[in-house]
Write a protein that binds this ligand. Structure first.
Ligand SMILES: *Cc1c(COP(=O)(O)O)cnc(C)c1O
Length: 386
């Protein structure tokens, strides 16, 4: 068998680490629906698995592949991205201070405001695109965690993972990164100094809009990771074995999917930038974008497949444009093979920091020019209505 340690990530993903089912010789892993495992006659559990709220061979396959792709020591699968993200905060203690981005994935921001503060965390929001703002917010000895999302929903703000990892560590804090949008194809946060990387595996890792899942990967197996594992198994927000199996299958095509979608996103961003009905395009791959130079250093080989456009004519024009598309699907979420369009401000409500004229675009695997043509007719039609 090939020495999988030495192979490139594309190869690891395509063969899901080359695992073969010992009993049958099957080259595709089995799904293990069993909730429980046989105990040895002497009362031990030598095979290491007791009960599927904690242990299941199907979880192990997906987790091992993800650890290899992220360059981590261990990974855990959760019932959703939110379950994974909140487990990191719940592994802290009441009274701990955490630094989070001002603009970030909406539901996590809402949870931090509603639940985490109520539970006793001191949550401080900063503009994480500016490492000096992070430095100023850190309280040595009190700050336990810095949370980043890069590029961050839905303005695609890029944060400097290596610089902020250093600042966080100097202050005695850990750095966790929501890398859902970058994916391990473009960024490996642990290699840049982060301690934990999180994914909404609902998005690119699974990639087919048919599984809700979340993951965490750690740089080290330490006491904090032990607490996170305990949150998972005690709260019980585990992924089922069928979903875990679909997730490992989805990850096998991660590299081709994500690279193709990002190439299409780059082309769309460039064409939309020249569109008369578009006020601005937010995409890290555009040279004029504020985070472009940092993204070019931090992201390897592409800028992701998420972009936003600000439509001339404000909220009404943006909503009308989304109403006129025929090929794009009007839906929330991202990272599937089909392209999605969404007016974010109306989802996020009155406290959102998102501009009212913004449409978020998740670029899938259709031909970029078909996607452009559809948006073009929608933008023009909306323009001529007024
Ligand atoms: C979707 C998403 C989440 C939440 O994940 P769920 O799987 O929906 O719970 C967190 N972060 C980002 C960047 C996301 O896109």
């Amino acid at each position: 068998m090939a020495d999988f340690e030495k192979l490139r990530p594309e190869t690891l993903a395509a063969q899901a680490l080359g695992l073969i089912d010992e009993a049958s010789g099957a080259i595709i892993p089995s799904i293990h629906p069993s909730t429980t495992y046989l105990r040895d006659p002497d009362n031990g559990y030598r095979r290491g698995r007791v009960y599927s709220r904690a242990d299941n061979p199907t979880y192990e396959q997906a987790a091992a592949l993800l650890s290899a792709l992220e360059g981590g020591a261990d990974s855990l699968l959760f019932a959703s991205g939110m379950a994974a993200a909140t487990a990191v905060f719940l592994a802290l203690s009441p009274g701990d201070h955490v630094v989070v981005p001002k603009v970030m994935y909406w539901a996590l921001r809402a949870w931090l405001h509603e639940t985490a503060t109520h539970w006793g965390l001191l949550v401080e929001e900063v503009d994480t695109a500016d490492p000096q703002a992070v430095r100023a917010a850190l309280r040595p000895g009190r700050t336990r965690l810095v949370w980043l999302e890069s590029p961050a929903n839905p303005l695609w703000t890029v944060s400097d993972i290596a610089a902020i990892a250093e600042l966080a560590h100097q202050a005695g804090a850990l750095l966790a990164v929501d890398s859902t949008v970058a994916t391990p194809v473009f960024t490996r946060p642990l290699g840049l100094g982060a301690d934990i990387v999180m994914h909404s595996a609902t998005k690119y890792l699974n990639g087919h809009s048919d599984v809700v899942a979340g993951t965490l990967t750690t740089a080290r197996q330490d006491a904090f990771w032990g607490r996170i594992r305990q949150v998972l198994t005690r709260h019980g927000a585990v992924l089922g074995p069928f979903e875990a199996w679909l997730l490992q299958r989805g990850m096998r095509t991660l590299f081709v999917r994500v690279r193709a979608a990002a190439a299409a996103a780059q082309r769309l961003a460039e064409r939309l930038q020249a569109h008369g009905r578009v006020d601005s395009v937010l995409y890290p791959g555009l040279p004029g974008f504020p985070g472009h130079d940092l993204a070019a250093r931090q992201m390897q080989g592409g800028f992701g497949a998420m972009l936003s456009i600000r439509v001339k004519g404000g909220a009404a024009a943006a909503i009308a444009t989304a109403a006129e598309v025929r090929l794009w699907k009007r839906a929330t979420s991202l990272g599937g093979v089909e392209s999605l369009i969404e007016h974010r401000a109306s989802i996020e409500g009155p406290t959102t920091p998102v501009p009212a004229d913004l449409l978020r675009l998740s670029v899938g695997l259709e031909a970029a020019d078909d996607l452009f043509d559809d948006l073009d007719q929608a933008l023009n039609r909306t323009g001529s209505l007024r």
